[in-house]
Design a protein around this ligand. Structure first.
Ligand code: AMP
Length: 451
């Protein structure tokens, strides 16, 4: 795309399917000069952008210089790593407002200890029992002295792959202790520090919200599927797919529970403000419906991937206006609307994704046929060779069906897969009727504890 004079110049940082959906939303309702910074190539963003620069997303100095040189007016940060190194702070220093919180406020994601301590200090509901360890002996003593199950979480960022849960990922207490030792010794997540949380049981959902420091505007709820294999088994991945319902709820979440979750996010934003931090960006809450009410599992300081690809195509407002309201502190004036449609996302990934993903495998897409079904294609981390795509070690392509019901959206995605050739991995079970019925009934696959 050639840059046009007079149109806003928007910097987008990141190059996955989430960012492809963000870029598509930014360009949907007005003419925008999109400038993308991503360490990897992205065929979708390459087409939308007037400039595409392959800096690493954490190269703060290069990115700020480049943004200044290109006269950027507004920035949107897609992923967490640049938030962890304070890219929004550096962009603010040169007068570029950014959808993405400052480094201090981004700690709701970048430090699980900060997030839990903030909730504790401000008495925010949805809290869980947690303990912080930096020392192997006290961790061992604690785990051996308790008869309960826990989730072990490195304090820092691990791309969603660092959390391990007793009774799910570990066959014995000793295995859990060994993992805790590994986190401390190898500084998994960047520090020798981990949180041990009570293990919760229940269905999980995501609530994402636009936040301008005061006003918190919710998006439709989404449920994502992290496990690599059908039946929700295998290792945690970046996410294999997701779905959302036309009413913005989920089969196992009531309006009251959704409101409770939103109130938790509002209280977090208020607590940050009380601590002197103005949170401007996307706030993502991962929640669990438990028999003791809604619990907050974790927060992210940006859209989820895949969750962004469910909600952004439904946004009826001009996303550029929403972004301006986020950075301008005027979200209260935005009348937010999402189309009352269901969405289903299924990710095409390299074979053996989640284990030892096969790199360089050819994937062929019949793009016109897929588009004729109305199914959206969001490119993630794939290379392109002629009209074929080549897998990297990360997820490849998100297919998103939009329909009047989840069933309709799911059928559309399955039809679209008939136009995807090559050797790839996909979870066909995501959002299938059988799976949703089970969730609506609240029936969980029994997870036996070994204790
Ligand atoms: P997180 O990175 O904190 O979202 O954790 C990744 C996944 O680990 C979550 O989506 C849950 O499935 C699981 N998990 C995290 N915390 C807990 C917990 N306290 N109890 C049970 N499962 C958890």
């Amino acid at each position: 795309m050639i840059a046009k004079k007079g149109h806003p110049r928007i910097l987008l940082v990141g190059g996955g399917a989430r960012e492809h959906a963000i870029g598509e939303a930014l360009c949907r309702r007005q003419k925008v000069n999109l400038l993308v910074v991503s360490h990897n190539y992205n065929p979708g963003l390459d087409r939308l952008a007037c400039q595409f620069e392959r800096y690493k997303e954490t190269e703060v100095e290069s990115i700020t210089k480049w943004a200044k040189h290109h006269g950027v007016n507004l920035a949107v940060i897609g992923l967490e790593d640049p938030l962890d190194v304070g890219l929004p702070d550096a962009l603010a220093d040169i007068g570029i407002p950014t959808v993405g919180p400052c480094r201090d406020a981004a700690r709701v994601e970048t430090s699980k200890l900060f997030a839990r301590d903030l909730m504790l200090k401000h008495g925010i509901p949805g809290q869980v029992e947690y303990h912080h360890f930096t020392d192997v002996n006290s961790l061992r003593k604690f785990l051996l002295s308790s008869s309960r199950d826990y989730a072990l979480k490195p304090v820092g960022l691990t791309a969603g792959k660092g959390v391990k849960v007793m009774g799910e990922h570990f066959g014995s207490v000793e295995e859990a202790i060994a993992y805790g030792e590994k986190v401390i010794h190898e500084k998994i997540g960047g520090t020798s520090s981990l949180i041990v949380e009570e293990r919760l049981i229940g269905e999980e959902f995501t609530l994402q919200a636009f936040v301008d420091g005061e006003t918190v505007l919710p998006m439709p709820l989404v449920q994502d599927f992290k496990r690599a294999l059908e039946g929700d088994i295998g290792p945690n991945t970046g996410g294999m797919g997701s779905y959302s319902e036309p009413d913005g709820l989920l089969p196992f979440v009531t309006r009251k529970e959704s409101d409770d979750a939103l109130e938790i996010l509002r209280l977090v934003v208020r607590a940050l403000r009380a601590e002197g931090m103005r949170y401007q960006g996307i706030l993502y809450g991962q929640f669990m419906v438990t028999d003791r009410g809604i619990k907050l599992i974790e927060m992210n300081a940006r859209f989820g991937d895949p969750e962004a690809v469910n909600v952004l195509p439904l946004l009826e407002n001009d996303f550029v206006d929403v972004c301006r309201a986020i950075v301008g502190g005027t979200l209260r004036h935005i009348d937010l609307h999402f189309a009352r449609k269901a969405t289903v996302c299924k990710y095409i990934t390299p074979p053996e994704y989640g284990f030892e993903p096969k790199v360089g495998v050819h994937i062929k897409l019949d793009i016109p046929k897929i588009q004729s079904l109305g199914v959206r294609i969001f490119f993630a981390k794939v290379d392109q060779k002629g009209d074929e795509f080549l897998t990297t070690s990360s997820r490849s392509i998100a297919l998103v069906g939009i329909g009047d019901s989840v069933e309709e959206a799911e059928t559309l995605v399955e039809q679209a897969t008939l136009y995807v050739g090559g050797n790839y991995h996909i979870r066909h079970d995501i959002a299938k009727k059988e799976m949703l019925k089970r969730k609506a009934l609240g029936k969980k696959i029994a997870v036996a504890s070994y204790r």
